[in-house]
Design a protein around this ligand. Structure first.
Ligand SMILES: Cc1ncc(COP(=O)(O)O)c(C=O)c1O
Length: 411
């Protein structure tokens, strides 16, 4: 059964908003629209539950229970224990804290870590700075023509057994090729290393099945997955307990608190349960009563629905762009192997082109998108940056047609 796009769009107030009529949204990789269950829960929290949670009065108990519900339901969707999921202010803040823990763990151990030059800076710079500590940082490099990250090139970096952590993206926010996470994690584990996967660019296209991927850490940002502005980190118990506690000393025994030194944004954490509501609503609409399947099975089914729709809508755009000889399409040309995050390098600066598209009812962006290292490695002129056209499962074929028409007029 194909994704019922009308049903999907009814779950997003933005599509009914008068202020956004006539505007097709193609900067979803920067941040998605927010689904209604999340907005409703935020509203309710601020109206009825905005007190310190976990105290012995009703509003507080309801607020705390909703925060626990968010963690438990999202964890179940991804097939992990509820204390293996934690919230932080953003993915950049989460990797920052994690890197500090790794710094203490590996200090003085003659260890190495692997980073890529395909990552967004959030999963790159914090790790590279560990070199200050004497930790060797090995760079797993992309193909400068295609942006492809080849697992065969990782193998020699792991050979001497000194690598303790491999950091890489599920897919890059400019190359968009879906990396074989399970294969890479298996290679790292066989060499005695843990893995840290930046899923920020992939998770909007389907939440992960953590056992299938095998990652020790998987990070994503809820404001790109239809939720509020939170970073979500799944850290598997073995790695989480190996790393030193970064929170208040008395919270170190609780896995979901260990890497969250700051107090969480209660309302936003609670509202994250709305993301699970949304996935369940899609599942029930397409497959019947949600109670018949486990949360993980429901998530996987919705993931498949989203991807099938995205691939169908994406291919014509890739074909259209590949047929032009005045731009460089970055990443794979087949929709099946990539996310619908389409970066193109132009013969001029990208940002004014994005501005010109806005006049045609297209919301898109131009720049480096904090993917400075991958763009440099690809030989893209950073003063021009790239035009990025990114969408998700709620985007229609008609919107993509409109985008192609606007591109033809503007380029
Ligand atoms: C691939 C990728 N990783 C990490 C980040 C950083 O996420 P956050 O804004 O939550 O720090 C982004 C943000 O755009 C991203 O696209």
């Amino acid at each position: 059964m194909p994704l019922d796009i009308d049903f999907v769009r009814r779950q997003f107030p933005a599509f009914q908003s008068a202020a956004l009529q006539g505007q097709a949204f193609f900067e979803n990789a920067g941040g998605s629209y927010t689904c209604k269950p999340v907005i409703d829960r935020l509203f309710r929290f601020y109206h009825d539950r905005k007190v310190q949670p976990y105290a012995p009065y009703e509003a507080s108990q309801l607020g705390g229970a909703e925060m626990d519900e968010a963690r438990a339901r999202l964890a179940a969707m991804m097939g992990v224990e509820r204390d293996e999921l934690s919230f932080g202010p953003s993915t950049s803040a989460n990797t920052f804290v994690l890197a500090n823990a790794v710094r203490q763990w590996l200090r003085g151990k003659k260890a190495a870590i692997v980073v890529t030059n395909q990552d967004h800076e959030a999963n790159s710079g914090v790790w590279r700075r560990l070199a200050d500590e004497g930790i060797e940082v090995r760079e797993w490099r992309i193909d400068p023509q295609t942006g492809h990250l080849d697992p065969a090139a990782l193998a020699p970096l792991l050979e001497d057994g000194r690598v303790k952590l491999v950091c890489f993206p599920h897919c890059s926010n400019v190359v968009a090729e879906i990396n074989p996470v399970a294969e890479i994690c298996a290679m790292a584990h066989a060499a005695g290393a843990f893995t840290c996967v930046d899923g920020v660019s992939y998770a909007p296209h389907g939440f992960p099945d953590m056992a299938a991927l095998g990652a020790d850490v998987y990070l994503f940002s809820a404001y790109k997955t239809y939720g509020p502005h939170q970073g979500i980190m799944v850290i598997r118990r073995k790695f989480g307990e190996t790393l030193p506690n970064q929170a208040h000393f008395f919270n170190g025994g609780t896995l979901y608190k260990r890497f969250t030194p700051a107090g969480p944004d209660h309302a936003q954490v609670a509202a994250c349960a709305g993301m699970a509501d949304y996935i369940d609503a899609i599942y029930t609409h397409h497959h019947g009563e949600a109670a018949h399947a486990t949360p993980l099975a429901r998530n996987n089914a919705v993931h498949a629905l989203m991807r099938a729709h995205e691939e169908e809508v994406l291919q014509p755009l890739l074909d259209h762009l590949a047929a032009r000889n005045d731009l460089r399409l970055i990443g794979p040309r087949q929709a099946a192997g990539r996310a619908p995050t389409v970066a193109v390098a132009l013969d001029r600066p990208a940002e004014p082109v994005a501005a010109a598209l806005a006049a045609h009812g297209i919301m898109a962006g131009g720049g480096d998108f904090y993917a400075v290292r991958p763009l440099e490695a690809l030989g893209v002129d950073l003063s021009r940056g790239v035009l990025r056209l990114s969408f998700v499962h709620y985007t229609t074929a008609a919107e993509v047609q409109k985008l192609m028409g606007a591109l033809d007029r503007v380029l």
